[in-house]
Design a protein around this ligand. Structure first.
Ligand code: PHE
Length: 461
């Protein structure tokens, strides 16, 4: 006999138009700067292959099961992360303090949005540079100069940061159906096509550099792997899948009960990983062909790809399209960062537009500190007295705090909640994933919490 389901089955306030739009929206959240800007540069900084393998293992064994848990918690709770966690804890007779997990996730999203908007803003002037032919025949040094000039100018950074944040509010304010769905369905496939174009170009233009790049990405040298790199890899697995930022939680709260959470999450993890690896194959051949430094840091995408655009046929158009797509990819992610907080403010009676505008306004304000940490405050290292944070600017610290601490901690707590606090009947009922359920349960009860815990502890040493 099937045991009775203990938790309440709640009705959603609003739902997605259909299942493919939900996939597109979550994929739109997942695919963003994390894949195209961050993945290549942290791979470069952490020595390539071995880092990539750890990252892939983290995605499959920890990221995917936690993503399933996060969407499930959202759909079961039907409310913003804070209120859902309170309700779900109540269902299981646990403390309402689980709501704090929701608070932390929303805080993480807010912090990420503040600097994400600044970085996404970098791509906007690059559209104009590409169109105008500024990259045509440019040497690596010239391209580096364009990037350096942008970072040195607080005024320019502020302008693009502001424009990007306005774009984000514009869509977010018009709601899930009108705004988010429309933006993702057209533009995401375009990004994919352009990455293929770049990869094929690299292969034709300089096949030996292409082979070298493949070796760098996929030939592991585990002697280069540090505890720090492993923490970065797991943190990035969460960042890139938008886990523990409340984004997929909020999207899950609008999801119909008939949709399979597990297969949707699986598809999204595959798409997201594919885009990251493709970005690597678009960028590293150019690094090696031009004698650039793979560990060049956050500017990597912005100083490599323009070199290729400057050389390839129709590079002005391909380059412009690429940066348009990059902005769009970042846009669909930033909208999702707002969603959890907007959903929470709406529950408190605020109108949608006002909620979007006020959260984005506050994140914009905090973003000014990221703008300044790229130039005027470059030498300001607030935690410089701690060895590990020596030389880290405010922007570096926001990145570290969110990706390496808040997201893994949020993921750990969600795994504990879904695996140990919620009843087995409830999770089994909500996931309805048949024989895969037993496997998910092992991953969420043991593999995810122990894996994240061990990496945390190893890093305290
Ligand atoms: N996944 C997004 C990216 O890779 C970033 C993100 C993090 C979005 C957390 C929402 C929440 O760019």
């Amino acid at each position: 006999m099937v045991e009775a389901v203990t938790g309440t089955i709640r009705q959603p306030h609003q739902t997605w138009s259909n299942w493919p739009t939900f996939i597109m929206a979550v994929a739109g959240s997942a695919v963003g700067l994390g894949n195209i800007w961050k993945f290549p540069y942290i791979t470069g900084e952490n020595g390539g292959g071995a880092f990539v393998i750890v990252y892939l293992v983290c995605i499959a064994a920890i990221g995917l099961p936690v993503m399933i848990a996060e969407i499930m918690l959202g759909r079961r709770g039907r409310l913003s992360p804070v209120n859902s966690m309170v309700e779900l804890a109540k269902d299981s007779n646990r403390s309402h303090r689980w709501g704090l997990l929701g608070v932390m996730m929303m805080l993480a999203a807010f912090l990420i949005l503040s600097f994400y908007s600044v970085i996404a803003g970098w791509a906007i002037p690059y559209i104009g540079h590409a169109v105008s032919g500024a990259f045509n025949g440019a040497t690596p040094k010239e391209v580096g100069g364009i990037f350096g000039g942008l970072l040195a100018s607080p005024g320019q950074l502020l302008l693009w940061h502001t424009i990007f944040m306005l774009l984000t509010v514009g869509v977010s304010a018009s709601g899930v159906k009108g705004g988010i769905e429309r933006a993702v369905t057209i533009l995401m496939p375009g990004l994919f096509v352009l990455l293929v174009v770049l990869i094929v170009y690299n292969l034709i233009a300089d096949s030996s550099s292409f082979v070298k790049a493949l070796g760098f990405l996929f030939d592991p040298d585990f002697s280069k792997l540090t505890a720090d790199a492993v923490l970065t890899a797991i943190g990035h697995a969460f960042f890139t899948l938008s886990i523990a930022g409340g984004a997929v939680f909020a999207y899950g709260s609008y999801l119909e009960r008939s949709t399979s959470i597990a297969s949707t999450s699986f598809a999204i993890a595959i798409i997201d990983t594919l885009v990251a690896l493709m970005a690597g194959m678009a960028i590293f051949p150019i690094v090696f062909a031009n004698g650039l430094e793979p560990g060049a840091g956050p500017g990597l995408v912005f100083v490599t790809l323009p070199i290729a655009f400057g050389k390839m046929p129709a590079g002005q158009i391909v380059g412009a399209l690429f940066f348009v797509m990059l902005v769009v990819a970042a846009w669909t992610s930033s909208i999702s960062m707002l969603e959890a907080i907007v959903e929470w403010l709406q529950e408190r009676g605020m109108g949608r537009a006002a909620a979007s505008a006020s959260v984005a306004g506050a994140a914009w304000l905090l973003g000014l500190t990221t703008v300044l940490s790229l130039n005027e405050w470059k030498e300001f290292h607030p935690l410089g007295f701690i060895k590990r944070f020596d030389g880290k600017t405010l922007f570096d610290l926001y990145d570290f705090l969110t990706a390496n601490i808040m997201l893994p901690l949020g993921a750990l707590l969600m795994a504990v909640f879904a695996g140990w606090i919620m009843s087995r009947q409830d999770t089994e009922d909500e996931l309805a994933m048949g024989s895969g359920y037993a496997f998910w349960r092992i991953l969420i009860r043991y593999v995810a919490p122990i894996g994240i815990g061990v990496i945390f502890v190893a890093n305290l040493w």
